[in-house]
Design a protein around this ligand. Structure first.
Ligand SMILES: C[S@@+](CC[C@H](N)C(=O)[O-])C[C@H]1O[C@@H](n2cnc3c(N)ncnc32)[C@H](O)[C@@H]1O
Length: 388
């Protein structure tokens, strides 16, 4: 595998940035139990058509690979789901614009001969070999302007066509209509100052691009049209509708309840959570009708689940009950059944909180519409250039 490009210094070339990506506190309950399983389910769907025999290699290019989270997720997915291939047969190349990220990642995985990281800017890269999966995670494509994303995708699609391959392209960007930044919903590119990389809080401006489903699909479609590459299908997935990191930093929407912290508290048996704070009470901004309709429906389901859990604990918030989607309909009955076995008051509460967290996660994972209403929006396109 080869990629040709130069590398330049960016906001990520600060020891704070690498520290942040490697810190154990970054791997909170929400990341491990909610976000990573969801990302893995998207990657699983992306590679499903390319399941490999034991001897074949799955060739992967991870764009904006940072310290290698994409590799960790993908290899754990392949270790669990043997029908998709095997983690030993993963041939992984991570590229990143930041020399410090690349150096750290190469040091972390220096013992794995099937894993490499190279310094490259996706905006100026030329690819030389073909890949089954063009992966991305942690919203690297949001660092690009809309035009740069179009050019980068065109370069990837051209590579697929030149090699007459069948490949999936996963494009991870920031969702335009996340509740984390309702005051910014009118803009599609704004300064996302990464203050957590700075010791004195004097963050440099970091312009990032935000996408609705419609806008992202338009750019993906333009790239394939321009190259003339056949598309098997497009799919879109929202991740972290309620639990994006900025629900708890309050950086862009200070009035928001700290949903991520609350969810971490539900998942942590040593903490007691104030369930009333979980009620969805978000002031929404003007936005397309389907976005407001989605939040209206989703918040009524969310609040019903919270209310079912609190009713069991003998509290009431006066939430109007609504019919829940089939995936979470059995929540109350299942919870009551589990609680029959428990007499200890403390364990009883722990069980309610844990099962509520699981139900809310299930609600989000199954009802996400792929509109750009979460922290991350994954756009996936499956290309088939084998008949060209
Ligand atoms: C938020 S981090 C995500 C890292 C990793 N994928 C993860 O999930 O933890 C975004 C990464 O994209 C990289 N990046 C930004 N612009 C890039 C570009 N033009 N070409 C390649 N990498 C880029 C950054 O250096 C950074 O490591």
């Amino acid at each position: 595998m080869k990629v040709i490009s130069d590398c330049i210094k960016t906001v990520y070339d600060k020891s704070k940035a690498v520290e942040h990506y490697l810190s154990t506190s970054r791997r909170d309950g929400v990341k491990v139990q909610w976000e990573e399983p969801f990302s893995c389910s998207v990657f699983q769907q992306a590679i499903a058509p390319y399941s490999k025999s034991k001897t074949e290699k799955l060739q992967v290019l991870d764009v904006g690979s940072g310290t290698g989270d994409g590799y960790v997720l993908l290899s754990s997915l392949l270790s669990e789901k043997l029908e998709l291939g095997s983690s030993e047969n993963l041939d992984y190349l991570g590229i990143d614009i930041s020399p410090q990220m690349v150096e750290t990642a190469n040091n972390l995985y220096r013992n794995r001969s099937n894993v490499r990281f190279e310094c490259a800017d996706i905006r100026t890269s030329r690819l030389e070999s073909s890949f089954d999966l063009y992966l991305s995670c942690g919203v690297p494509y949001s660092h690009l302007t809309h035009e740069e994303l179009y050019q980068a995708l065109k370069m990837i699609v051209t590579n697929v066509c030149q090699h007459r391959s069948r490949s999936a392209v996963v494009v991870d960007v920031l969702g335009r209509y996340s509740i984390e930044w309702t005051p910014k919903w009118q803009e599609s590119r704004w300064d996302y100052a990464m203050s957590f990389f700075e010791s004195e809080g004097n963050a440099e401006p970091t312009w990032m691009s935000f996408y609705s489903h419609h806008h992202l699909q338009e750019i993906m479609q333009q790239a394939v049209n321009e190259v003339g590459c056949p598309v098997e299908k497009f799919e879109f997935f929202d991740r972290s509708i309620m639990v994006g990191r900025h629900t708890s930093t309050g950086q862009f929407n200070p009035d928001l309840p700290q949903y991520r912290n609350l969810m971490n508290s539900l998942l942590d048996p040593s903490q007691k959570t104030d369930l009333s704070q979980l009620i969805f009470q978000v002031e929404l901004e003007t936005s397309p009708e389907h976005i407001l309709e989605f939040f209206s429906q989703f918040s009524s389901w969310w609040n019903s689940l919270v209310s079912e859990a609190t009713a069991i604990l003998g509290e009431s918030f006066g939430v109007e009950p609504v019919e829940l989607p089939p995936e979470v309909q059995g929540f109350k009955a299942k919870l009551q059944q589990e609680l029959e076995q428990i007499s200890d008051k403390h364990l009883y509460r722990q069980k309610v909180e844990l099962m509520l967290a699981q139900a809310l996660q299930q609600l989000e994972a199954t009802q996400q519409p792929g509109y750009g209403v979460g922290h991350d929006l994954f756009g996936v396109m499956w290309l088939d250039a084998t008949q060209l």
